[in-house]
Ligand binder design. Structure first.
Ligand SMILES: Cc1cc2nc3c(=O)[nH]c(=O)nc-3n(C[C@H](O)[C@H](O)[C@H](O)COP(=O)(O)OP(=O)(O)OC[C@H]3O[C@@H](n4cnc5c(N)ncnc54)[C@H](O)[C@@H]3O)c2cc1C
Length: 267
Protein backbone atom coordinates (compact mmCIF):
# COMPACT_ATOMS: atom_id res chain seq x y z
CA UNK A 1 0.00 0.00 0.00
CA UNK A 2 1.41 3.37 -0.99
CA UNK A 3 -0.25 6.44 0.47
CA UNK A 4 0.47 10.10 -0.19
CA UNK A 5 -0.82 12.52 2.45
CA UNK A 6 -1.15 16.15 1.38
CA UNK A 7 -0.04 18.40 4.21
CA UNK A 8 -0.29 22.17 4.06
CA UNK A 9 1.89 24.71 5.80
CA UNK A 10 -0.40 27.45 7.11
CA UNK A 11 -0.06 30.54 9.32
CA UNK A 12 -0.70 29.70 12.97
CA UNK A 13 -4.38 30.48 13.56
CA UNK A 14 -3.55 31.76 17.04
CA UNK A 15 -1.02 34.30 15.75
CA UNK A 16 -1.88 37.80 14.53
CA UNK A 17 -2.44 37.82 10.79
CA UNK A 18 -1.97 40.70 8.41
CA UNK A 19 -2.28 41.32 4.70
CA UNK A 20 -0.02 42.94 2.14
CA UNK A 21 -1.11 43.32 -1.48
CA UNK A 22 -4.20 41.27 -0.58
CA UNK A 23 -2.05 38.33 0.47
CA UNK A 24 -1.60 36.85 3.90
CA UNK A 25 1.85 37.80 5.17
CA UNK A 26 3.71 34.63 6.01
CA UNK A 27 6.48 35.58 8.42
CA UNK A 28 9.33 33.08 8.46
CA UNK A 29 8.97 30.58 11.27
CA UNK A 30 5.40 31.65 12.11
CA UNK A 31 3.59 28.86 10.30
CA UNK A 32 2.66 25.35 11.24
CA UNK A 33 1.08 22.14 9.94
CA UNK A 34 -2.58 22.68 9.02
CA UNK A 35 -4.27 21.15 12.05
CA UNK A 36 -6.91 19.38 9.94
CA UNK A 37 -4.17 17.54 8.06
CA UNK A 38 -3.33 15.70 11.29
CA UNK A 39 -6.63 13.83 10.78
CA UNK A 40 -5.45 12.88 7.28
CA UNK A 41 -2.10 11.66 8.63
CA UNK A 42 -3.86 9.69 11.37
CA UNK A 43 -6.22 8.06 8.85
CA UNK A 44 -3.28 6.99 6.67
CA UNK A 45 -1.31 5.67 9.65
CA UNK A 46 -4.32 3.67 10.85
CA UNK A 47 -4.67 2.05 7.43
CA UNK A 48 -1.05 0.87 7.64
CA UNK A 49 -1.49 -0.12 11.31
CA UNK A 50 -4.13 -2.58 10.06
CA UNK A 51 -1.68 -4.38 7.76
CA UNK A 52 0.37 -7.39 8.74
CA UNK A 53 4.10 -6.99 9.29
CA UNK A 54 5.17 -7.97 5.76
CA UNK A 55 2.56 -5.75 4.11
CA UNK A 56 3.56 -2.84 6.37
CA UNK A 57 7.21 -3.32 5.50
CA UNK A 58 6.32 -3.12 1.80
CA UNK A 59 4.16 -0.02 2.35
CA UNK A 60 4.96 3.63 2.47
CA UNK A 61 3.36 6.88 3.60
CA UNK A 62 4.69 9.99 1.87
CA UNK A 63 3.86 13.46 3.21
CA UNK A 64 3.73 15.96 0.34
CA UNK A 65 3.53 19.74 0.59
CA UNK A 66 3.56 22.60 -1.90
CA UNK A 67 5.15 25.27 0.26
CA UNK A 68 8.06 27.65 0.68
CA UNK A 69 11.17 26.27 2.48
CA UNK A 70 9.67 27.31 5.84
CA UNK A 71 7.03 24.69 5.17
CA UNK A 72 9.46 22.03 6.37
CA UNK A 73 7.93 22.45 9.78
CA UNK A 74 4.73 20.80 8.48
CA UNK A 75 6.75 17.91 7.08
CA UNK A 76 8.76 17.52 10.31
CA UNK A 77 5.48 17.28 12.23
CA UNK A 78 4.37 14.61 9.76
CA UNK A 79 7.58 12.68 10.48
CA UNK A 80 6.84 13.02 14.19
CA UNK A 81 3.51 11.28 13.64
CA UNK A 82 5.16 8.44 11.71
CA UNK A 83 5.34 9.04 7.94
CA UNK A 84 8.17 7.41 6.01
CA UNK A 85 9.05 10.15 3.57
CA UNK A 86 8.60 13.93 3.24
CA UNK A 87 8.61 15.93 0.01
CA UNK A 88 8.31 19.67 -0.43
CA UNK A 89 7.56 21.19 -3.82
CA UNK A 90 8.92 24.73 -3.87
CA UNK A 91 9.43 27.05 -6.77
CA UNK A 92 9.13 30.78 -7.35
CA UNK A 93 6.92 30.06 -10.35
CA UNK A 94 4.34 28.37 -8.05
CA UNK A 95 4.06 31.31 -5.58
CA UNK A 96 0.71 33.05 -5.85
CA UNK A 97 -1.04 29.98 -7.32
CA UNK A 98 -4.79 29.72 -6.87
CA UNK A 99 -6.63 26.45 -6.11
CA UNK A 100 -6.16 25.17 -9.66
CA UNK A 101 -2.44 25.95 -9.75
CA UNK A 102 -1.89 24.37 -6.33
CA UNK A 103 -3.79 21.24 -7.38
CA UNK A 104 -1.81 21.03 -10.63
CA UNK A 105 1.48 21.17 -8.70
CA UNK A 106 0.34 18.54 -6.16
CA UNK A 107 -0.92 16.23 -8.91
CA UNK A 108 2.35 16.60 -10.84
CA UNK A 109 4.23 15.47 -7.72
CA UNK A 110 1.93 12.44 -7.32
CA UNK A 111 2.50 11.55 -10.97
CA UNK A 112 6.27 11.86 -10.40
CA UNK A 113 6.00 9.45 -7.44
CA UNK A 114 4.09 7.05 -9.65
CA UNK A 115 7.09 6.75 -11.95
CA UNK A 116 8.63 4.58 -9.19
CA UNK A 117 5.53 2.69 -7.96
CA UNK A 118 1.75 3.12 -8.00
CA UNK A 119 0.11 5.42 -5.44
CA UNK A 120 -3.02 3.72 -4.05
CA UNK A 121 -4.39 6.53 -1.97
CA UNK A 122 -4.01 10.29 -1.78
CA UNK A 123 -5.30 11.39 1.63
CA UNK A 124 -6.03 15.02 2.52
CA UNK A 125 -7.51 17.12 5.28
CA UNK A 126 -11.05 18.45 4.86
CA UNK A 127 -9.86 22.07 4.57
CA UNK A 128 -6.83 24.25 4.98
CA UNK A 129 -7.44 26.61 7.88
CA UNK A 130 -6.08 29.61 5.97
CA UNK A 131 -7.67 29.26 2.51
CA UNK A 132 -10.75 27.26 3.61
CA UNK A 133 -11.53 26.30 0.02
CA UNK A 134 -12.04 22.54 0.60
CA UNK A 135 -11.65 22.18 -3.14
CA UNK A 136 -8.03 21.10 -3.54
CA UNK A 137 -8.76 17.38 -2.88
CA UNK A 138 -11.35 17.17 -5.65
CA UNK A 139 -9.22 19.25 -8.03
CA UNK A 140 -6.27 16.89 -7.42
CA UNK A 141 -8.60 13.94 -8.10
CA UNK A 142 -9.72 15.58 -11.35
CA UNK A 143 -6.10 16.24 -12.40
CA UNK A 144 -5.24 12.60 -11.74
CA UNK A 145 -8.48 11.25 -13.21
CA UNK A 146 -9.33 9.45 -9.95
CA UNK A 147 -12.45 9.14 -7.83
CA UNK A 148 -12.84 11.71 -5.07
CA UNK A 149 -14.35 10.73 -1.71
CA UNK A 150 -14.72 13.77 0.53
CA UNK A 151 -15.31 14.56 4.21
CA UNK A 152 -14.89 10.93 5.28
CA UNK A 153 -15.97 10.32 8.84
CA UNK A 154 -15.50 6.55 8.78
CA UNK A 155 -13.08 4.82 6.44
CA UNK A 156 -12.91 1.11 5.61
CA UNK A 157 -10.62 -0.49 3.09
CA UNK A 158 -11.12 -4.06 1.85
CA UNK A 159 -10.32 -5.90 -1.38
CA UNK A 160 -9.08 -2.75 -3.10
CA UNK A 161 -12.27 -0.79 -2.38
CA UNK A 162 -12.51 2.21 -0.05
CA UNK A 163 -15.84 2.72 1.68
CA UNK A 164 -16.52 5.92 3.57
CA UNK A 165 -19.33 7.36 5.63
CA UNK A 166 -19.93 11.08 5.48
CA UNK A 167 -22.51 13.15 7.31
CA UNK A 168 -24.36 16.00 5.64
CA UNK A 169 -27.05 18.17 7.22
CA UNK A 170 -29.75 15.91 5.74
CA UNK A 171 -28.30 12.41 5.71
CA UNK A 172 -25.52 10.02 6.53
CA UNK A 173 -24.14 8.79 3.23
CA UNK A 174 -22.03 5.74 2.43
CA UNK A 175 -19.87 5.98 -0.66
CA UNK A 176 -17.35 3.61 -2.15
CA UNK A 177 -14.74 3.65 -4.89
CA UNK A 178 -12.08 1.29 -6.15
CA UNK A 179 -8.43 2.23 -5.59
CA UNK A 180 -6.67 4.43 -6.56
CA UNK A 181 -8.69 7.09 -4.77
CA UNK A 182 -8.33 10.65 -3.45
CA UNK A 183 -9.83 10.83 0.02
CA UNK A 184 -10.45 13.86 2.24
CA UNK A 185 -10.84 13.17 5.94
CA UNK A 186 -13.23 14.99 8.29
CA UNK A 187 -12.00 16.37 11.59
CA UNK A 188 -14.43 14.03 13.39
CA UNK A 189 -12.90 10.91 11.78
CA UNK A 190 -10.27 10.30 14.44
CA UNK A 191 -8.12 11.75 17.19
CA UNK A 192 -4.61 12.31 15.84
CA UNK A 193 -1.93 10.45 17.81
CA UNK A 194 0.59 12.24 20.00
CA UNK A 195 4.09 11.70 18.65
CA UNK A 196 6.37 9.70 20.91
CA UNK A 197 9.76 10.96 22.05
CA UNK A 198 11.69 8.69 19.67
CA UNK A 199 9.83 10.00 16.61
CA UNK A 200 10.18 13.63 17.76
CA UNK A 201 13.94 13.24 18.06
CA UNK A 202 14.28 11.34 14.77
CA UNK A 203 12.18 13.92 12.89
CA UNK A 204 14.79 16.61 13.52
CA UNK A 205 17.31 15.01 11.19
CA UNK A 206 15.06 13.31 8.63
CA UNK A 207 15.78 14.30 5.04
CA UNK A 208 13.12 16.39 3.32
CA UNK A 209 13.25 15.98 -0.44
CA UNK A 210 12.85 19.18 -2.41
CA UNK A 211 11.36 19.17 -5.89
CA UNK A 212 11.15 22.12 -8.25
CA UNK A 213 8.57 22.86 -10.93
CA UNK A 214 11.14 21.83 -13.56
CA UNK A 215 11.72 18.47 -11.79
CA UNK A 216 8.00 17.78 -12.16
CA UNK A 217 7.60 19.11 -15.67
CA UNK A 218 5.05 21.64 -14.44
CA UNK A 219 3.97 24.01 -17.18
CA UNK A 220 4.67 27.54 -15.86
CA UNK A 221 1.50 28.70 -17.65
CA UNK A 222 -0.78 26.78 -15.24
CA UNK A 223 0.75 27.86 -11.93
CA UNK A 224 1.64 31.12 -10.18
CA UNK A 225 -0.17 34.41 -9.80
CA UNK A 226 -0.28 34.94 -13.57
CA UNK A 227 -2.30 31.77 -14.08
CA UNK A 228 -4.73 32.40 -11.19
CA UNK A 229 -8.33 32.38 -12.41
CA UNK A 230 -9.47 34.61 -9.58
CA UNK A 231 -7.99 37.75 -8.06
CA UNK A 232 -8.20 38.88 -4.46
CA UNK A 233 -9.29 42.49 -4.89
CA UNK A 234 -9.42 43.51 -1.24
CA UNK A 235 -8.56 42.09 2.14
CA UNK A 236 -9.64 44.14 5.12
CA UNK A 237 -8.85 43.08 8.67
CA UNK A 238 -11.94 42.44 10.75
CA UNK A 239 -12.72 45.16 13.29
CA UNK A 240 -11.32 44.42 16.75
CA UNK A 241 -13.73 42.47 18.94
CA UNK A 242 -15.39 44.77 21.51
CA UNK A 243 -14.11 44.38 25.04
CA UNK A 244 -15.94 41.78 27.07
CA UNK A 245 -17.79 42.94 30.17
CA UNK A 246 -18.17 40.13 32.65
CA UNK A 247 -21.39 40.27 34.63
CA UNK A 248 -20.99 38.33 37.87
CA UNK A 249 -24.10 37.06 39.57
CA UNK A 250 -23.86 37.84 43.25
CA UNK A 251 -27.63 38.01 43.65
CA UNK A 252 -28.17 40.97 41.31
CA UNK A 253 -26.86 39.47 38.05
CA UNK A 254 -30.23 39.83 36.30
CA UNK A 255 -30.37 43.57 37.06
CA UNK A 256 -26.71 44.06 35.96
CA UNK A 257 -27.43 42.22 32.71
CA UNK A 258 -30.55 44.30 32.01
CA UNK A 259 -28.63 47.50 32.74
CA UNK A 260 -25.88 46.40 30.35
CA UNK A 261 -28.41 45.74 27.57
CA UNK A 262 -30.09 49.14 28.09
CA UNK A 263 -26.75 50.98 28.30
CA UNK A 264 -25.62 49.48 25.01
CA UNK A 265 -28.91 50.01 23.16
CA UNK A 266 -29.44 46.28 22.81
CA UNK A 267 -33.15 46.29 23.73
C1 LIG B 1 -5.59 34.63 -6.72
C2 LIG B 1 -5.03 33.81 -5.59
C3 LIG B 1 -3.72 33.99 -5.19
C4 LIG B 1 -3.19 33.28 -4.12
N1 LIG B 1 -1.91 33.47 -3.74
C5 LIG B 1 -1.38 32.76 -2.74
C6 LIG B 1 -0.03 32.94 -2.30
O1 LIG B 1 0.69 33.77 -2.83
N2 LIG B 1 0.43 32.16 -1.29
C7 LIG B 1 -0.37 31.21 -0.70
O2 LIG B 1 0.10 30.52 0.19
N3 LIG B 1 -1.64 31.03 -1.07
C8 LIG B 1 -2.17 31.78 -2.08
N4 LIG B 1 -3.46 31.61 -2.43
C9 LIG B 1 -4.25 30.63 -1.72
C10 LIG B 1 -3.97 29.27 -2.32
O3 LIG B 1 -4.36 29.21 -3.64
C11 LIG B 1 -4.75 28.26 -1.54
O4 LIG B 1 -4.39 28.36 -0.19
C12 LIG B 1 -4.45 26.86 -2.03
O5 LIG B 1 -4.88 26.69 -3.35
C13 LIG B 1 -5.12 25.81 -1.20
O6 LIG B 1 -6.47 26.11 -1.12
P1 LIG B 1 -7.14 26.03 0.30
O7 LIG B 1 -6.20 26.71 1.25
O8 LIG B 1 -8.52 26.55 0.19
O9 LIG B 1 -7.10 24.46 0.57
P2 LIG B 1 -8.30 23.44 0.80
O10 LIG B 1 -8.92 23.06 -0.48
O11 LIG B 1 -9.19 23.97 1.88
O12 LIG B 1 -7.39 22.26 1.35
C14 LIG B 1 -7.91 20.95 1.56
C15 LIG B 1 -6.75 20.02 1.74
O13 LIG B 1 -5.93 19.99 0.56
C16 LIG B 1 -4.55 19.82 0.92
N5 LIG B 1 -3.78 20.99 0.50
C17 LIG B 1 -4.23 22.22 0.15
N6 LIG B 1 -3.20 23.02 -0.20
C18 LIG B 1 -2.07 22.28 -0.07
C19 LIG B 1 -0.68 22.52 -0.28
N7 LIG B 1 -0.23 23.72 -0.69
N8 LIG B 1 0.20 21.52 -0.03
C20 LIG B 1 -0.24 20.30 0.38
N9 LIG B 1 -1.54 20.02 0.60
C21 LIG B 1 -2.45 20.98 0.37
C22 LIG B 1 -4.52 19.67 2.46
O14 LIG B 1 -4.61 18.30 2.78
C23 LIG B 1 -5.79 20.40 2.89
O15 LIG B 1 -6.30 19.96 4.14
C24 LIG B 1 -4.01 32.33 -3.47
C25 LIG B 1 -5.34 32.15 -3.86
C26 LIG B 1 -5.86 32.87 -4.91
C27 LIG B 1 -7.28 32.65 -5.32
Amino acid sequence: MRIVVLVKYVPDINADRRFEDCRVVRDPGEGTLNELDENALEAALRILDGLDEDERAASEIVALSVAPPDGDIALRKSFQMGVDRGIRVSDDTIAGSDYFGTAAALAAAVRRLEQDAPVDLVVTGMAALDGLGSVVPTLVAAELGRPSLTFAKKIALADGVVEITRATDEAVETLSAALPVVLSVADTANTPRMPNFKLIMAARTRTIEEWSAADLGIDAAVVGAGAARSTTTSATPRPEKPEVELVQDKGSGGRALAEYLIRNDLV
